[in-house]
Design a binder for this molecule. Structure first.
Ligand code: MSP
Length: 506
């Protein structure tokens, strides 16, 4: 049986339309999912939508719709975008689905019955956009310390989760599992936060109704983060002991943005501890994108719409740029100029040009029928070694979610291929019939190196890989075996690759 791998994205709020921030996490999760499939794993890849809470309720009122009408409308935009971006999720959960509501009610009741949820009274400062209560001391200038918007004093009867009880157990877990929270800088922030002390957490609201009712006390709805986080298990069929739950929980990695790390690395694990369920193996918080140096926001009207980028540049260019430009875990800046630069230099010049040059030569010198290579010389062996070692290096990078570094390792092989052509000069070898065997070997090494490059790139640039493998006369289905040197067979018919990425003016 294949080994199992489970990766998730956050579930996105439906009061906003999708932008590059959402696309970023989802593309990263997709690349990981595709890579793990390539390496022989059975992958569960979950994304979805977060549809309850006051924010969605307010947005619906403004739009003159019911919250569910709003959700039905906006969720389609997310799903259509994921399709365009080539996202290979295996499930899509909406928090308004029965399977989810049932699971949330169950875990809430379970923790209540075990004594770690109790009824009390709450008074504190509340930030509606962030759906978060803050203490007086946490406020910055009487505003929300996260988003800097005004907060309001709220007092309500509330159910509380005994989070304080789990402070020590959580700290011990974080310390015993260095990979649990990544990257490291973020892990340290969470350790300090937990050490400052965990307060019991309000997990119900009575000031609005759009949510999952507290079982047995329906004037309360369950706090939207308690509801939302539970999606990661309800999608697997929790509370039923389904085969999916048995196979995929605990999750291998929750991919999230840095702004929601506390919810995922403090709240969620303590809820799970209280319910007696295993904790996620890893929570990875990536950085944030600014746009042309500024914070992306509706009011600045600089929100980057992924559909527009796909129309303008093509889907694989967007996928490549997002993962190559900024090391995962750090903040980065989006600009059209930087994107065009990557497109022209990395994709059009390096990757695309190498393939069209080498396939054109195979057609010209051998009628497109790949010849048998003779014995490899030192320079052939060097290209082979570089290619083979790249496969191992990429694997290590993917374990660390170092997407940008993985792409760099792949591009080192592409550069080596470009250099190899220039040094071996097939056009000179072609002039002398006596050097035909040497020409055959050079063409073989050149194309074989690129075949492996494109196979491994299938995780990042699936649409491009299909075209490239087609011109190399190889099947578009890829698995771990295709990453070994020697997969390209003599006699294969190669055809000239069209430009994979047309250059663009800056
Ligand atoms: N609904 C919650 C998540 C619940 S998960 C159980 C939520 N939704 S969100 O739609 O507001 O944000 C989802 C993700 O988008 C977050 O991981 C956030 O970090 C990411 N981004 C939003 N803006 C972003 C940037 N400008 N840059 C990078 N990622 C950003 O939070």
């Amino acid at each position: 049986m294949k080994p199992a791998f489970y990766v998730t994205t956050p579930i996105y709020y439906v009061n906003d339309v999708p932008h590059i921030g959402h696309a970023y996490t989802t593309v990263a999760a997709d690349v990981l999912a595709r890579y793990k499939r390539l390496m022989g794993y059975e992958v569960c890849f979950l994304t979805g939508s977060d549809e309850h809470g006051q924010k969605v309720e307010k947005a619906a009122i403004t739009a003159g719709e019911t919250p569910l009408e709003l959700a039905d409308r906006v969720v389609k935009r997310f799903q259509a975008l994921w399709e365009r971006l080539g996202i290979s999720n295996t499930d899509f959960i909406r928090t308004t689905q029965e399977r989810h509501k049932k699971g949330v009610a169950h875990i809430f009741t379970d923790i209540l019955e075990k004594g770690d949820i109790y009824l009390g009274e709450y008074e504190d400062w509340y930030c509606t956009p962030c759906e978060t209560f803050w203490t007086e001391t946490q406020l910055s200038d009487n505003r929300c310390p996260d988003c800097n918007r005004p907060v309001e004093k709220l007092k309500e009867e509330s159910y509380f989760f005994r989070m304080s009880k789990y402070q020590q157990a959580l700290l011990e877990h974080i310390e015993a599992n260095p990979d649990f929270i990544q990257p490291k800088s973020k892990r340290n922030e969470i350790i300090s936060f937990v050490k400052e002390g965990l307060r019991d957490l309000s997990v119900s609201r009575t000031t609005f109704t759009w949510g999952i009712p507290v079982p047995g006390n329906e004037k309360h709805v369950i706090y939207v983060w308690f509801d939302a986080l539970t999606n990661y298990v309800t999608a697997l069929g929790y509370p039923d002991a389904t085969p999916e739950y048995g196979r995929f929980w605990p999750v291998d990695v929750h991919l999230i943005g840095k702004d929601i790390l506390r919810f995922h690395s403090v709240y969620w694990p303590t809820f799970l501890m209280a319910a007696g369920l295993p904790l996620p193996k890893k929570v990875y918080a990536h950085g944030w994108w600014t746009v042309e140096g500024q914070k992306m926001s509706k009011s600045l009207q600089n929100v980057v719409e992924p559909n527009m980028l796909i129309d303008k540049y093509g889907v694989d260019v967007v996928r490549y740029f997002l993962l190559r430009e900024v090391p995962f875990g750090l903040d980065g800046d989006f600009s059209h100029a930087a994107l065009v630069q990557r497109l022209n230099s990395d994709l059009a010049n390096d990757l695309g040009n190498l393939l069209s040059r080498s396939t054109a030569m195979a057609v010209k010198y051998f009628n497109g029928v790949l010849p048998e290579p003779a014995e490899l010389t030192e320079s052939d062996l060097a290209l082979k070694k570089k290619t083979v070692e790249m496969v191992t290096a990429v694997d290590a990078c993917m374990d660390d979610l170092a997407f940008s570094k993985a792409l760099q390792a792949i591009w080192d092989v592409i550069s080596a291929g470009n250099k190899y052509i220039d040094e071996q000069a097939p056009w000179t070898l072609a002039k002398d019939q006596a050097l035909n065997d040497r020409l055959a070997t050079v063409m073989y090494c050149l194309l074989e190196s690129q075949r492996i490059v494109h196979c491994i790139l299938s995780a990042f640039l699936p649409a491009t890989t299909e075209k490239a493998l087609c011109s190399l006369g190889c099947p578009k289905e890829v698995d771990q075996a295709v990453l070994a040197w020697g997969g390209l067979k003599a006699g294969t018919t190669v055809c000239k690759a069209e430009a994979l990425f047309p250059r663009m003016e800056g």
